[in-house]
Design a protein around this ligand. Structure first.
Ligand SMILES: [Zn+2]
Length: 257
């Protein structure tokens, strides 16, 4: 049973997996009973997480069997809980682009949020639009989330400027992307267009670039002030082991001042 479960989770494409996740949820707590790892998003402990990732970037023990969170989701949740007023502020106007399944329902239920979701075509969002031309007013959101999107768009600088434009002065946001920390500069090559080549060069079939350590500089060029949140300074070793975070992942917290 465990083998079948692992096999399915590693072969079925993630969007379908997400739709099937309600079935897995019934089995996960029993199959993975234990307390070696902890998912702070669903607030559950397990014997271990599942493995996840393409051939190029495969990782063991990272995918929560209950709500399918990965390292980056647990890091963002930790940050929101411990370093922001996201759960406690009276009223926050939030724009969430391409909302992650594990966050979407939770944020939607949160009474302190005036919560709007957007995406090009996802059926679960409130409004459909192209990130290059966001049909929303300037300075209108306290918080903007747009994770793992900028590596998919044609003109990422234009999209960053749009995200900056709709954020309120004094607002903040999180816009994580996959980063190859061995690269100083972002790798882009417009002549690479086949799915196979894109996966090889940019880590995924539908990625148009592979960001390097210059990612925060790109955000600054779009207007944001970038605060770097290094979880090692905030989370002790035991917590870190339980949450199974990605050792070199830095969280870039963006501010519009
Ligand atoms: Zn979970």
């Amino acid at each position: 049973m465990k083998k079948i479960y692992n096999y399915l989770l590693n072969t079925i494409p993630r969007p379908i997996l997400i739709r099937l996740s309600y079935v897995f949820k019934l089995f996960a707590p029993l199959l993975f009973k234990g307390d070696k790892v902890y998912c702070n998003v669903c607030d559950k402990k397990f014997r271990k997480f599942l493995s996840y990732g393409s051939k190029v970037a495969h990782r063991e023990n990272v995918l929560c069997p209950y709500d399918l969170t990965l390292e980056r989701h647990r890091l963002m949740w930790y940050f929101l809980q411990n370093n922001t007023n996201f759960f406690t502020a009276n009223k926050l106007k939030v724009l969430h682009i391409a909302p992650e399944q594990c966050f979407h329902k939770k944020f939607k239920k949160q009474e302190n949020l005036d919560y709007t979701t957007g995406d090009l075509e996802s059926p679960i969002v409130d409004i459909h639009f192209d990130l290059h031309n966001i049909p929303l007013e300037d300075n209108s959101y306290d918080v903007v989330f747009c994770n793992h999107e900028l590596e998919h768009v044609e003109d990422d600088a234009k999209c960053m400027r749009e995200l900056y434009r709709v954020m309120k002065k004094g607002g903040w946001g999180i816009m994580q992307v996959p980063i190859d920390s061995s690269r100083e500069e972002t790798y882009e090559d417009a002549s690479i267009i086949s799915k196979e080549e894109r996966e090889k060069h940019f880590w995924q079939k539908d990625h148009l670039r592979l960001y390097g350590l210059d990612y925060p500089k790109k955000l600054e060029q779009s207007g944001f002030d970038v605060e770097i949140y290094d979880f090692h300074k905030h989370i002790d070793a035991t917590q870190e082991r339980h949450l199974r975070l990605m050792n070199d992942e830095l969280l870039y917290v963006l501010h519009k001042n």
